[in-house]
Ligand binder design. Structure first.
Ligand SMILES: [Zn+2]
Length: 417
């Protein structure tokens, strides 16, 4: 054991050793098995199977707490992952898996990332997954061309995955009959997934708002925000009401005043902020809103109204420290053979890894590690500018390559892409 972490036990949230934390098992108090026994189990099982086993042990000891939720989410995640693979032919990459985990935990958030990293395919797949659980989703896109494309994509996904759900989409070139059908579907609510442009949302809000949504995915929030009223619309569709939205707006105003207030007024405004927050929180608890994901390429969102996302759903658009990473910043002392050390880490964390070598060590070292891993049965490739074939990324995303090794510079290919 090299370190102890406070409040990090996945079962009791108490203190835990780094060895246990790395394996994702509870602390010694929760789970009295010693580290050797745990390692033995760990090496014999698939990660999820291992977690379920640990949960059973805790349960038998009458000591199952938070670990239950963790395993429940991991089980759902595995289900989602299987569905994603069936429907898209690719496997989730680490950011997508992390987004999925957040949705399954019921957390709303913003994704700030350039196009082409799989935001849309993620949002669509999640909507499909949730529909198999009887939940209603709404996908809001910037253009009708994208609506059409997304409908085609979903159709293909459903065929590949062998799933039947009801998808309703509206785009400019629908025939008259199709339009009538769409109107009917919106009227009756006989759909699992609704897809329209943000313009359509603004235009037909009265009809759409007859329904509540468990999950809303806004692809390109910048288009949505062209009309600031759309923020209210989305919030209402998630289950919030006007009273809550008005309290949220009041809070935004108060916080602004607080920043500009004279010292003598701070106490009064501070008190009012606290009061408003308390009322807002108690109202929010009652409505059980759906989950919202907004994606943005720019990470910029102007205006006061957009802060409603912060007040009502606890996220902001485009803050530099996006909270969607599930990263444990760990470091360990360098051993004699870095290659061997990397190999054992790769084995521990499984497939889908990115490894960075320092700038000083450079491309040659990345190649050296890749070679060593390959010799030891890991499907690894070095990835750098002189070798930037898109095939490598494809092979990585469909699982033909397990691990990519790149150079950690600000402008390095692997860092950015
Ligand atoms: Zn514990």
């Amino acid at each position: 054991m090299k370190a102890l972490f406070k409040h990090a036990c996945p079962n009791c949230e108490g203190r835990i050793s780094d060895e246990r934390l790395l394996m994702g098992v509870p602390c010694k108090k929760c789970l009295p098995l010693d580290i050797k026994e745990l390692r033995d189990l760990y090496s014999k099982m698939e990660p999820l199977e291992f977690k379920i086993k640990i949960m059973e042990i805790l349960k038998n000891q009458g000591n199952l707490q938070k670990y239950y939720d963790l395993v429940k989410i991991e089980k759902e995640l595995a289900e989602f992952e299987t569905l994603f693979k069936k429907g898209t032919g690719s496997r989730l990459w680490s950011a997508q898996r992390e987004w999925a985990r957040r949705v399954l935990k019921g957390i709303s958030f913003a994704i700030t990332a350039p196009t082409g990293i799989g935001k849309t395919v993620f949002g669509v797949s999640m909507a499909i997954y949730l529909s198999t659980k009887g939940k209603k989703s709404y996908i809001i896109l910037p253009t009708t061309v994208l609506v059409k494309q997304t409908l085609d994509r979903i159709k293909e996904f459903l065929e590949k995955a062998g799933i039947q759900i009801k998808v309703a989409g509206y785009y400019a070139r629908l025939s008259k009959t199709e339009r009538e059908e769409f109107k009917q579907v919106i009227e009756t609510g006989d759909f699992d997934i609704l897809i329209t442009t943000s313009q359509y949302l603004a235009l037909k809000f009265d009809e759409i708002s007859k329904h509540k949504f468990d999950f809303i995915f806004v692809d390109d929030v910048d288009a949505l925000l062209k009309l600031s009223k759309n923020i209210d619309r989305v919030l209402l569709l998630l289950g919030f009401n006007n009273e809550i939205i008005n309290l949220g707006l009041k809070l935004i105003k108060l916080k602004k005043e607080f920043l500009q207030a004279r010292a003598s007024e701070l106490g009064k405004i501070g008190y009012e902020i606290e009061e408003t927050e308390n009322t807002l929180n108690s109202l929010k608890e009652k409505v059980k809103p759906g989950i919202l994901i907004v994606s943005t390429a720019t990470g910029k969102a102007k205006g006061d109204r957009v802060k409603l996302f912060r007040e009502l759903l606890n996220f902001t658009i485009g803050s530099a420290s996006e909270g969607y990473r599930n990263i444990q910043d760990l470091y360990m002392p360098r051993e004699e053979s870095v290659e061997k050390q990397v190999l054992s880490l790769v084995k521990k964390f499984g497939t889908g890894g990115l490894i960075f070598v320092t700038l000083e060590e450079g491309i040659e070292f990345a190649e050296k590690i890749a070679k060593f891993l390959k010799e030891n049965g890991i499907k690894a490739e070095a990835f750098h500018a002189s070798k930037k074939s898109p095939e490598i990324i494809d092979q990585f995303s469909n699982g033909e390559i397990d691990v990519l090794i790149g150079v950690a510079s600000h402008y390095g290919l692997l860092v950015r892409g």
